[in-house]
Ligand binder design. Structure first.
Ligand SMILES: Nc1ncnc2c1ncn2[C@@H]1O[C@H](COP(=O)(O)OP(=O)(O)O)[C@@H](O)[C@H]1O
Ligand SMILES: N[C@@H](CCC(=O)OP(=O)(O)O)C(=O)O
Length: 380
């Protein structure tokens, strides 16, 4: 929706000014100097805004570990290979946290570092644990500063950008609002460096994104995802009922107050069951099972668990508890779920009833291959 259209419908931003629990994500490009390295003034300016959010609980998702580690390691730019990115993140994350600790301390406030990986947050025990830690930090008046655990994440399980991570954290902490702060002041209908690019002030649903060109990261060269990952993150959050504001980091105070800066993404869906959103968007499947038509119908139409009797094939090397894909007979992925058996156990279960399996193999085999509580549908 254009500025003029938005003004005509008397905009307002439901869910912004009254949001109590807010996830604020800031990108690398908003925290670093042109010469490389952390920009203490920009960190302070952001913290000045965050500490004045009276009555709110803020989770800060901050990128910048890799960018902060470049100069100390004599790296002229963000390296392309994972090993050097991880080395830079290892050096930079400490510097980043030290900077936030000093900056919040100006107001007598404390921060707590929370490093997450996509893999463990899709598992039930880890998800609950992450929630508990964040909740406890709130209870103690500490501001959590979250980043991806870059030094241990492998290429396959990496988020790589923090936009999606921020959307999932917003969901994890049951936030009322997600604010994405960047070096660009809003979403545009195309690369903002292009003359004539128009600012989009509100996105009420996917139709408002038709024809919008989502480019890669801009001039500074330290950001990763560009606009595509921000719009993807906004879709995850709004789809789970959480409104999103995207704005320049320099306009953070206005963005948090509900002033008409940046781009507002209205909620499009209802709040979904916690962990399953992570399972759908953050986990990396380790293998797959193929279902017969009856099992496809049971899982997709009746919300049933997947039983051994409905399986016709298995692929991959997974162990019990890992995420796998559920495919139909034509190879289409219909769902993702946490499996209760190792891949090597499944061939002898295929096509057999749980009753039969319990009789022949013992009571441990009288169970679903994927329980419905651990399963998320991926096809409408
Ligand atoms: N349609 C678009 N609207 C706004 N910005 C865009 C668009 N397409 C590409 N961009 C670029 O995306 C960049 C922001 O992404 P990135 O550098 O990854 O940010 P951050 O480090 O804040 O996460 C902007 O600087 C801009 O150049
Ligand atoms: N975890 C990484 C974030 C990667 C990154 O650059 O993200 P972003 O600047 O948000 O596009 C880091 O701290 O460097």
């Amino acid at each position: 929706m254009s500025d003029a259209d938005a003004a005509a419908r008397v905009p307002g931003r439901p869910g912004v000014s009254d949001a109590r629990r807010v996830v604020v994500k800031v990108g690398s490009s908003s925290l670093t100097t042109a010469a490389g390295g952390l920009d203490a003034d920009r960190v302070d300016a952001l913290v000045d805004v965050l500490v004045k959010q009276d009555g709110r609980q803020i989770v800060l998702v901050s990128s910048g570990a890799i960018a902060a580690g470049l100069a100390p390691l004599g790296l002229p730019r963000r390296p392309a290979d994972l090993a050097r990115q991880q080395a830079a993140a290892s050096v930079g994350q400490g510097l980043l946290l030290a900077r936030y600790t000093a900056s919040f301390a100006r107001y007598g406030r404390r921060v707590g570092q929370v490093l997450l990986t996509s893999d463990d947050t899709s598992r039930r025990a880890h998800y609950r644990n992450a929630y508990r830690t964040l909740d406890q930090l709130f209870a103690m008046g500490v501001t959590p500063v979250v980043n991806e655990n870059d030094t241990v994440a492998t290429d396959e399980i990496r988020f790589g950008d923090n936009d999606r991570l921020a959307a999932l954290v917003a969901h994890l902490v049951r936030a009322d609002l997600l604010v994405l702060l960047s070096d660009v002041d809003a979403l545009y209908d195309g690369d903002p460096a292009r003359p004539g690019a128009r600012r989009i002030s509100e996105v009420m649903g996917p139709d408002d994104l038709a024809g919008v060109e989502l480019g890669r990261a801009g001039r500074a060269g330290v950001g990763t995802g560009g606009m595509a990952t921000k719009v993807e993150a906004a879709a995850i959050a709004t789809g789970a009922g959480i409104p999103v504001v995207l704005s320049a980091a320099s306009a953070a105070a206005d963005a948090l107050s509900g002033a008409p800066v940046g781009t507002y993404f209205a909620p499009t869906g209802r709040r979904a069951a916690g962990r399953l959103l992570w399972l759908a968007h953050a986990s990396t499947p380790r293998g797959a099972v193929t279902l017969d038509d009856g099992a496809v119908a049971a899982v997709t139409e009746r919300g049933s668990s997947l039983l051994p009797a409905g399986i016709t094939g298995v692929e991959g090397e997974f162990t019990a508890g890992e995420p796998i894909e559920l495919r139909d007979g034509e190879g289409r992925v219909i769902a993702r779920g946490l499996v209760n058996f190792d891949a090597r156990e499944i061939p002898r279960l295929i096509g057999r009833s749980t009753h039969e399996l319990a009789r022949d193999l013992g009571p441990a085999y009288e169970r679903e291959v994927v329980h419905r509580d651990d399963l998320v549908l991926l096809r409408a």
